[in-house]
Structure formats: structure tokens, C-alpha cells
Design a protein around this ligand. Structure first.
Ligand SMILES: [Fe+2]
Length: 296
């Protein structure tokens, strides 16, 4: 089915008889849902879940949520994960503050990636809630990895469909990794550094979404270290092609933040990129992460 055909705006009527309006934000993925309070959305959760599977990235505006309400909304999708390397709030360890102060140069998540693919069961999804945002800048890009897979030739689909990638957190949270090297430039984030981050896990390069059955590429720059069974030169060349392919603008949407914006994304089928284009201005978010399955 052509991608655009499945992305028409829809209006559905949830149990509480309030219309749920879902507006796509690009041709590739993402939709904005308006007129809903996520602290009181039990009657609409089936429609929200359907939209989540269809659009992969959902944006909600003008929310006012305390940490418990953030967690309660995310729990509709599954149990919450405590990030192994980011310190959460004291009373809510599953809620991680993501902060860049005006005088800091380095942001968190500033490159294309899939959250925590270094785990044997990486997260189903992540949620960000904006508390303080720059007047402009600091947008987040998302890329549809199913669309990226579908646009490959049949020969390439068959080849990469047989491959597995080795993932680890070493380049980010390992010894001499990004967190250690940039700790001074990113003081507001409390990021752990550990030898354990060097442990590798193997995931298929093409994963099948456990709910929708859609196939998606599952390799990303910071965490996929090499492709199993290939020579280093072959692995490097193919990963380099796949990374660039996965990030093409035609597969993306862009979310602009304002205080009160919530964005929820499906980590099993999208990559994302936090833009660092707001030097001199502050940005503060809250993040929760939802546990996921072992990729198949
Ligand atoms: Fe991320």
C-alpha cells in the first residue's frame, strides 16, 4: 500500500463521545492529536494506541503533567524502564530529566539513533515531555525505518534480512566513550560510565514489529558496532550505506517543541535525532521509557 494513502487525517469518536482528531505531520510518519488531556485519557486510549501503530510518532500539545501523570500515561503501553546510565528524578527514577543549560554546548541525543538498542530487549518506545524550551530550535527529527526498509531493492532486502548486527553502549557510556569525553560540556546530564557498557548483544538487521507485523531496518550509528559474519571492511561499508539510507529526509518528520508538548514514539520502527541548534538558550524535558520485546 502506498505510504501516503494510509496517512490521511482521521477523526474517530472515543467512548466519551469527544472527537479525537489525528493530523499527520509529514508524508512519512508522525501525527498530532489535539484536544486531549493525557492525565484523563482512559476512554481514548484504544484510539491513541491505534494511532500510535499507524503513525509511529504521536504529538500532544498543551499538557500539564506531574511525574506520576507522565508515568501513568506511558504505562498504558507497558511497564516502564529505568535507564541504566541516566539518573532519574529522586522520587521517580523512571523519569529522567533531559537538560541543556544556556551555557552548555553539547546536547543529549544529538545524532540519529534508536533508544537503547544495546539492550537484549530494547524499549518499545519513549516519551518526552517539554518543560522549558527555546523560543526556536531544539526540534526533534524522526525517521520511519519501515519506509526505509521498503524502499530497498528486493535483492538488498533479501541480503540484509539474513544479517544480524552487534550492538553495545560502549561508544556512549563505555570507558572513554562520549559520556566520559563530554562530561564537562554536558554538566546538566548525569550520565553513567561503566565497563558493562561494552557488552554486546545481537539483533536482526531487519526486525518485524510485534504488533503491526511491519518490517523495519534496525541499525543505528551510536550502538550498532558491526554486522556479524562479514569482514570488517564489508561490515563498515554496508553499515555506512544503511545508516545514511535510514536517515534520508524523505523518511522523516520534524517535531517542534513548546512547553507542555508530549511526544511518544515507537522505538521499534523509528530513529530520532535531537537537534542542537539553540546555543545560548535553555531546554528541559522529562523522559520515560517503556519496556520492549527482544527484536525478531
Ligand atoms: Fe533518544
Amino acid at each position: 500500500m502506498p505510504l501516503m494513502e494510509s496517512l490521511r487525517p482521521l477523526r474517530s469518536t472515543p467512548d466519551n463521545h469527544q472527537a479525537l482528531i489525528v493530523r499527520p505531520i509529514s508524508g512519512a510518519l508522525g501525527a498530532e492529536i489535539s484536544d486531549i488531556n493525557l492525565a484523563k485519557c482512559a476512554n481514548s486510549i484504544d484510539q491513541i494506541k491505534a494511532a500510535f501503530l499507524k503513525y509511529h510518532v504521536l504529538v500532544f500539545r498543551e499538557q500539564t503533567l506531574n511525574p506520576i501523570e507522565i508515568k501513568n500515561f506511558a504505562k498504558y503501553f507497558g511497564p516502564l524502564e529505568t535507564h541504566p546510565y541516566i539518573k532519574g528524578l529522586d522520587e521517580h527514577p523512571e523519569v529522567a530529566p533531559i537538560i541543556k543549560e544556556a551555557n552548555e554546548k553539547i546536547n543529549f541525543g544529538g545524532g540519529w539513533h534508536t533508544d537503547m538498542s544495546f539492550l537484549s530487549c530494547p524499549p518499545l518506545g519513549s516519551l518526552l515531555y517539554a518543560i522549558d524550551t527555546p523560543e526556536f530550535g531544539g526540534d526533534t527529527l524522526f525517521a520511519n525505518q519501515h519506509a526505509a526498509y521498503e524502499s530497498l531493492s528486493d535483492y538488498m532486502k533479501e541480503f540484509v534480512g539474513q544479517l544480524k548486527g552487534l550492538h553495545s553502549a560502549a561508544s556512549q557510556y563505555g570507558l572513554n566513550g562520549d559520556s566520559e569525553k563530554r562530561s564537562e560540556a554536558r554538566k546538566s546530564m548525569s550520565l553513567g560510565i561503566s565497563e558493562k557498557a561494552h557488552a554486546q548483544v545481537s539483533h536482526p538487521v531487519v526486525r518485524t514489529h510485534p504488533e503491526s507485523g511491519l518490517r523495519a531496518l534496525y541499525v543505528n550509528r551510536p550502538f550498532t558496532e558491526r554486522l556479524e559474519g562479514l569482514r570488517s571492511s564489508e561490515s563498515n561499508a554496508l553499515l555506512s550505506f544503511l545508516w545514511s539510507h535510514c536517515e534520508e529526509p524523505r523518511f522523516t518528520c520534524r517535531v517542534r517543541w513548546e512547553p507542555g508538548t508530549v511526544t511518544l514514539w515507537d522505538n521499534r520502527i523509528v530513529q530520532h535525532y535531537a537537534l542542537n541548534d539553540y546555543d545560548g538558550r535553555r531546554r528541559e524535558m522529562r523522559r520515560v521509557t517503556i519496556e520492549g520485546d527482544r527484536p525478531i
